[in-house]
Design a protein around this ligand. Structure first.
Ligand code: NAP
Length: 547
């Protein structure tokens, strides 16, 4: 613990390890927050990470086919030009092992590991009003104290294993994709049941099917998916990206979702049907999330959205040989991209394989898991392995996964009993000096994640720098500002997004979770402007005090 007590030691008591800041999590956000506070503000910082290595969500999500849906060169830090220039991405979309190599490289290049405790799970954090400090306790009963507590816990890190009767009696193996065994799983010769057809299931199914004796895909809701068209990044493409990084980053900062492309200014309804089809076809051939940007109104006008949805359904019909299976794979209950749109490699093609069966749970739901497989209302499927690709208790799950208490010992679980409330997704009234990187109420998961992460980290660093320059001890969002922001998030969500009734954006995938649209859908560039204004306006909406 080399730098414990380096700065704030005088205010830490003998029984705890005192720092200026504690950061929970060593994924993209924790690593950059550590770097920023240490290098820009010279604070003493400790990062507490439950995993054995850096990586955050990428550490745990090592399931077959795990790959990012942002283009590799954009799914990276922009804060260091040297880092940008020295790192070579090998493919259009980075696979999980490559992202891990990148984050390990970042950790080593900036000498971050010395300030991280791995295998260290935080079980509680409470604000000690007497001392004006956060007390953070780990599963091994170590206690840390800090002036600032920063959660860098990710939005998709609390796994959601549905309660299905009989799981405890299953004699085979079962795994959740978000907590995959480090040594991998051998599917050869095995009968595998995969539950879930979100982004994860859509990536995993083709890879599992290529190995397994038989794969049963248990589908509750069919999903739209666009071909990724992954390919190696040729040296010349890499060189061009590196030459143009400044411009690429400029576009990313200007864009709605932090991707290196802008939304078309045109409506899907203002072009001829031939022109529209040609645009969709070009976007389909190009592949990836850019498809969503083909027209500006795909998420705001149902008739515009229907044109994209019809096009994708037609593609499913073309790809899947058996028309009855194609029909069952066609989403009809939600607008295209109202759920986070997956991108895939040979997903629909997988259902043309002899060793793959689509089990449609809409008509015949799962009744129970038996010792030897899964029993639906229609049949029993004998299985050796069950893969739960059933997603996450998103956004709030990671923050409610430990006992977080603010002023007066109030638990975040109680404050958020009817849904998350924050100011700008950055702070919660009653929790002074707690910052939540990409918290609910910020654009976060609607974006290419490194962009909102960098923006939050830089805002938080500037804010703490401002406080120290002005001898301010505490910052806390006001109730008023939080209420106003809640109204603004709800207003911005007046799009087609909430129409996907089972979406995790709404918390609808977790039984009993309050239905609140959690991310801020007003656009990343707009949001950045709002945060900058708040800072320029002496942190309007926050109460700052000298203690
Ligand atoms: P998800 O989108 O929440 O999908 C979960 C799937 O499991 C859905 O098909 C859901 O069906 C099904 N499911 C859940 N409970 C079930 C039950 N009791 N019985 C039957 N089916 C059940 O989760 P995800 O696929 O892990 O993706 C979550 C997010 O992670 C993505 O949206 C994306 O943001 C991120 N992600 C990104 C990438 C990437 O970068 N390429 C890859 C993977 C994940 P219903 O729809 O009917 O609820």
């Amino acid at each position: 613990m080399a730098n414990a007590h380096r700065h704030d030691g005088a205010r830490a008591s003998a029984g705890d390890l005192g720092f200026d800041a504690i950061i929970i999590g060593a994924g993209f956000s924790g690593l950059y927050q550590l770097y920023s506070l240490r290098e820009r503000l010279q604070l003493s910082v400790r990062v507490l990470e439950r995993a054995a290595d850096v990586g955050g969500t990428w550490y745990w999500n090592r399931y077959p086919g795990a790959r990012c849906d942002s283009e590799s060169y954009s799914y990276s830090f922009s804060f260091s030009e040297h880092l940008e220039q020295e790192w070579n991405w090998s493919e259009r979309y980075p696979a999980q092992p490559e992202i891990m190599r990148y984050l390990r490289h970042v950790a080593e290049r900036f000498d971050l590991r010395r300030d991280i405790d791995f295998n260290t799970e935080v079980v509680s954090a409470r604000f000690d009003e007497g001392r004006g400090r956060w007390l953070v306790t780990t599963a091994c009963d170590r206690v840390f104290s800090a002036t600032y507590l920063i959660t860098a816990v990710g939005c998709l890190s609390a796994t959601n294993v549905p309660t299905i009767d009989g799981l405890e009696d299953f004699r085979g193996q079962w795994y959740h994709t978000g907590n995959w065994p480090p040594a991998g799983v051998d599917f050869h010769g095995r009968r595998v049941g995969q539950i879930g057809t979100g982004s994860t299931g859509i990536q995993a199914a083709p890879v599992i099917a290529a190995q397994a004796a038989h794969l049963y895909v248990f589908q509750r809701t069919p999903n739209f998916s666009i071909p990724a068209r992954n390919a190696p990044l040729a040296p010349q493409a890499q060189a061009e990206i590196k030459q143009n990084y400044a411009e690429i980053r400029r576009i990313m900062r200007q864009s709605t979702n932090g991707h290196p492309f802008l939304l078309s200014p045109q409506s899907a309804l203002e072009v001829t049907p031939e022109e529209r089809r040609a645009r969709y076809e070009a976007a389909w051939q190009h592949g990836g999330l850019r498809f969503r940007a083909t027209f500006r109104d795909l998420l705001t006008d149902r008739r515009a959205n229907d044109t994209a949805a019809d096009f994708i359904r037609e593609k499913i019909r073309d790809i899947v040989v058996d028309p009855a299976i194609a029909e069952r794979l066609m989403p009809r209950d939600h607008p295209f991209a109202a759920k986070r749109p997956p991108i895939d490699t040979d997903y629909f093609e997988t259902f043309n394989r002899d060793n793959v069966t689509l089990v449609d749970l809409r008509t015949l739901p799962i009744e129970r898991i038996t010792p030897s497989g899964i029993k639906t209302a229609g049949a029993e499927y004998p299985l050796d392995i069950i893969v739960f690709a059933t997603g996450f208790d998103a956004m709030t799950g990671p923050l409610l996964g430990f006992d977080l208490r603010g002023r007066g010992g109030r638990a975040l679980r109680d404050v958020w009993a009817v849904g998350p409330k924050t100011y700008l997704g950055l702070q919660i009234a009653g929790f002074p000096n707690l910052f939540t990187i990409t918290g609910p109420g910020s654009p976060s998961v609607l974006c290419n994640m490194p962009v909102p992460i960098e923006q939050h980290v830089e805002w938080i660093t500037d804010c703490i720098g401002f406080m120290r320059a002005h001898d301010l001890a505490f910052i806390e969002a006001t109730e008023d500002a939080m209420a106003r922001w809640g109204t603004e998030v709800a207003a911005a969500a007046a799009t087609l997004l909430p129409e996907a009734a089972s979406s995790w954006y709404l918390g609808a995938n977790v039984p009993g979770k309050p239905r609140v649209f959690m991310p801020y859908p007003g656009g990343m560039a707009h949001y950045r402007g709002l945060c900058d204004q708040v800072a320029a306006n002496a942190y309007a909406g926050f109460r700052l005090s000298a203690g």
